[in-house]
Ligand binder design. Structure first.
Ligand code: BES
Ligand code: MN
Ligand code: ZN
Length: 496
């Protein structure tokens, strides 16, 4: 996609379409009068019949508009003026991004008439790129070819003095949306194309391209680190585990890093505690936490965020076999705490336990882990939001304001002593399952045993990592949720 910028006379541009952002109106607004005049008062008619009144996501196509060289003018409603924000533009453009009026042409102008907020510009490119995403890698023949013919977008404003802000906001939105698309792509890749070894290769490739450091611990190195909890999970699979360590230094050399930890289970069959068959294929997405974390550090490097960031991704495949860990087994974690394996399907917390302990090596100023950890999230917030837990109010506040920026909702859950007690084993220090009650919280209570003396935030993206039906800028499938949240948190980071 080629992006251009203009403050010139858009009427003269010989493009397929000019997209006009229009907020909700009950009489023709001043800035649309001229347009209405030169299309035979088509907008007046649309208003009369209530066919188009500027509600968010409404689309109307005007053809043969005399005063434009463009083939057509597309009116795109963004909603009520007083409640407009970045997400209004993300949503409206997300809907238009798949509309044939736009995808059938090669070049378009996005015209911001009277909209001067930079977050609207950023929301628009994010909405376009996120909404039009379609993974074609696994199609063949003609189906592999994109049916979206749009190749060039010119972002246009009236006033030359807004041009720099426009370009900056759109460039930033493009990089951030591409980060989320990377997270989606990794999550959609089936486990036979994306093993722990592939994950590690991908991390190295991105690190090389965007100039940050990346080291991989192979199985022998993981054994040397005594990551007994992680190794217990990977034992059942023929795919060996990997431990990915990425480091990006955008801040002063002596500043402690923010460490991101992501669950990287490339397939979660449940192990010997085998899952039921229905929708088991979704568990190829059980590495989404790791995918989001890798995409976030990549995006941070591309944006040049001025923080030191470490990404740790333990990656394994959880499979049943003659080699597999069995319920009742006891594992010795890297930290030395012993864990009774009540349910081999509670594998995520085992690999995260060793990764959180490994984070101590970096003397972190804070640690944020992201994981598709518990199915119980479905009964708490459903597909609508992300449960978070942690030990530091300042991180939670920063994360909540990031969530306001990105329109990814988060909600805090408590961890109480009752929940901690649920995770105690009668014969080992801990057990990996506390039963059904408060399943999302008890997973957090388990992880808490492995954190060091630092502020910590746990982000459970189970279920919200998938969109069941399709929304304005989130097509059905893997969402890449959490990637924009992390990046926004890092961009606005204040010491906690
Ligand atoms: N990867 C799953 C959680 C999950 C379920 C993510 C559905 C997305 C959609 C996790 O490893 C798991 O199996 N958790 C168990 C834990 C239980 C055995 C204590 C769960 O939530 O049922
Ligand atoms: Mn599991
Ligand atoms: Zn899992």
């Amino acid at each position: 996609m080629e992006l251009k910028y203009s403050s010139g006379n858009i009427n003269e541009l010989p493009v397929g379409a000019v997209v006009y952002f229009v907020s909700e109106f009950d009489k023709i607004p001043k800035n649309l009068k001229a347009l209405d005049d030169c299309c035979g008062n088509a907008i007046t008619d649309l208003l009369k019949t209530t066919e188009f009144t500027g509600k968010n996501g409404e689309i109307s196509v005007l053809r043969n508009v005399d005063c434009f060289k463009a083939m057509k003018v597309i009116l795109l409603g963004v909603g009520a003026k007083k409640s407009l924000n970045h997400d209004s533009f993300r949503k409206a453009m997300g809907i238009l991004s798949r509309h044939k009026s736009l995808t059938s042409i090669g070049r378009a102008v996005f015209y911001f008439d009277g909209f001067e907020d930079a977050s609207f510009y950023q929301g628009t490119i994010e909405g376009y790129l996120l909404g039009s995403f379609k993974l074609l890698d696994y199609k063949s023949g003609d189906d592999k070819k994109s049916k979206n013919f749009l190749k060039e977008i010119t972002f246009a404003v009236d006033n030359k003095k807004h041009l720099k802000r426009l370009e900056k906001a759109v460039t930033q939105g493009q990089i951030i949306a591409e980060g989320q698309l990377l997270a989606r792509t990794l999550g959609l890749m089936p486990s036979n194309y994306f093993t722990p070894i592939d994950f590690a290769e991908k991390a190295k490739e991105l690190a090389k391209k965007y100039k940050f450091k990346c080291r991989i611990l192979d199985e022998a190195a993981i054994e040397k680190e005594k990551m007994g909890a992680l190794l217990a999970v990977s034992k059942g699979s023929v795919e060996p585990p990997r431990f990915i360590i990425c480091e990006y230094k955008g801040g002063p050399a002596n500043r402690d890093p923010i460490v991101l930890v992501g669950k990287g289970v490339t397939f979660d069959s449940g192990g010997i505690s085998l899952k039921a068959g229905l929708n088991m294929g979704d568990m190829k997405g059980d590495m989404c936490g790791g995918g989001v974390v890798l995409s976030a550090i990549t995006t941070a490097a591309r944006l040049g965020i001025q923080q030191n960031i470490v990404a740790l991704i333990p990656t394994v495949e959880n499979m049943p076999s003659g080699h597999a860990t069995k319920p009742g087994d006891i594992h010795v974690s890297r930290k030395g705490l012993t864990i009774e394996n009540i349910n081999t399907d509670a594998e995520g917390r085992l690999i995260l336990a060793d990764a959180l302990d490994y984070a101590n090596k970096f003397n972190p100023q804070a640690v944020i882990d992201v994981a598709t950890l518990t199915g119980a999230t479905l009964y708490i917030l459903g597909y609508a939001g992300i449960p978070i837990m942690g030990n530091n109010d300042k991180i939670k506040d920063q994360f909540r304001s990031a969530a306001d920026n990105t329109a990814e909702k988060v909600w805090e859950l408590p961890i109480w002593d009752e929940h901690r007690d649920q995770m105690k084993s009668s014969i080992a220090d801990l057990q990996n399952s506390g039963g059904r009650a408060a399943g999302t919280i008890t997973a957090g209570a388990f992880l808490e045993n492995f954190i060091g003396d630092w502020p910590w935030l746990h982000v459970d993206i189970a279920y919200v990592d998938q969109e069941p039906s399709g929304k304005a800028y989130v097509p059905k499938g893997i969402t890449g949720i959490g990637m924009r949240l992390l990046v926004s948190t890092l961009q606005n980071w204040k010491k906690v």
